[in-house]
Design a protein. Structure first.
Length: 269
């Protein structure tokens, strides 16, 4: 084979010189037709040398259409009150979890909120009828020194079942938990398996809790799980893998995944 290629190169070097860039053009063109954009030809070539590929969770490994499947309330609280408080805070948000809560609260008299504040990586807060409502993950409750009390065991149970748990606190009291589920994509397991066959380790990066992340990882056969990661920490997670001498790629479903684009030119933009 080597001798044959040598003869071809000597006999017609121009043809080989043209074939290489044309192959790159065809590859990038087919990628674009399938929704994959390459920054440059170098990124296409380097993509074959990746050691680890990180996948975003919501909307990439999962269908991106989460639904509320359970609401657990504290003593003396009502499901309707928990849903109305949560939906009020989430009004106007386009986050998939927020939309799931708003859909679940349809038909209820959702009060108007004011003083909305997004708490990055944790949730949000707002004022409703003169009371402060916090809505988000366990980290948010801990930061506000809000004890879960009898709901702590329920939160662990839901997370162990692979649910995303949204905590609702009003007037300095945790009044309920909203369990949300987002099913893995039926098509996700196949590319994960094929990557692993090629010797590429597959990672999942998410701000969701470790219990939910591990549950999805088991279903899809992932090698690495990076959970409870704040938006500002995601780039550092990629750098940590790169510091181990690994070539790292990132797969996401939207512009919010572009945080790591400057870190590795193999990544899609």
């Amino acid at each position: 084979m080597t001798l044959t290629i040598t003869v071809f190169v000597i006999a017609c070097p121009d043809a080989l010189a043209l074939a290489t860039p044309m192959a790159v053009m065809v590859g990038t063109g087919l990628g674009a037709m399938n929704g994959i954009l390459f920054k440059n030809a170098g990124a296409l070539e380097d993509a074959t040398k990746l050691d680890v590929i990180i996948f975003d969770k919501t909307g990439t490994l999962t269908v991106g259409q989460p639904e509320v499947i359970d609401v657990v309330v504290a003593k003396d609280a009502r499901i309707e009150d928990v849903l109305k408080s949560a939906a009020s805070v989430e009004q106007g948000s386009d986050h998939p979890l927020a939309q799931a809560i708003v859909r679940r609260a349809q038909g209820l008299a959702v009060p108007t909120q004011s003083g909305f504040e997004n708490l990055e990586g944790m949730g949000a807060r707002a004022e409703i009828d003169g009371e402060t409502v916090f809505l988000g993950n366990r980290r948010l409750m801990d930061s506000q020194k809000l004890a879960l009390g009898e709901l702590a065991a329920e939160a662990r149970r839901l997370q162990g079942a692979g649910r995303t748990v949204v905590h609702v606190a009003r007037a300095a009291t945790v009044i309920g938990l909203i369990a949300i589920a987002d099913a893995p994509r039926q098509t996700a397991a196949t590319p994960v398996a094929k990557l692993r066959e090629r010797g590429v380790r597959v990672a999942m990066l998410t701000g969701d809790n470790a219990g939910t992340a591990q549950c999805i990882a088991r279903d899809l056969g992932l090698d690495i799980v990076l959970a409870d990661v704040l938006s500002g920490q995601k780039a550092s997670k990629v750098k940590e893998l790169q510091a181990q001498g690994k070539r790292v790629g990132m797969v996401g479903d939207g512009v919010n995944d572009a945080w790591s684009a400057p870190l590795n030119r193999c990544q899609a933009e």
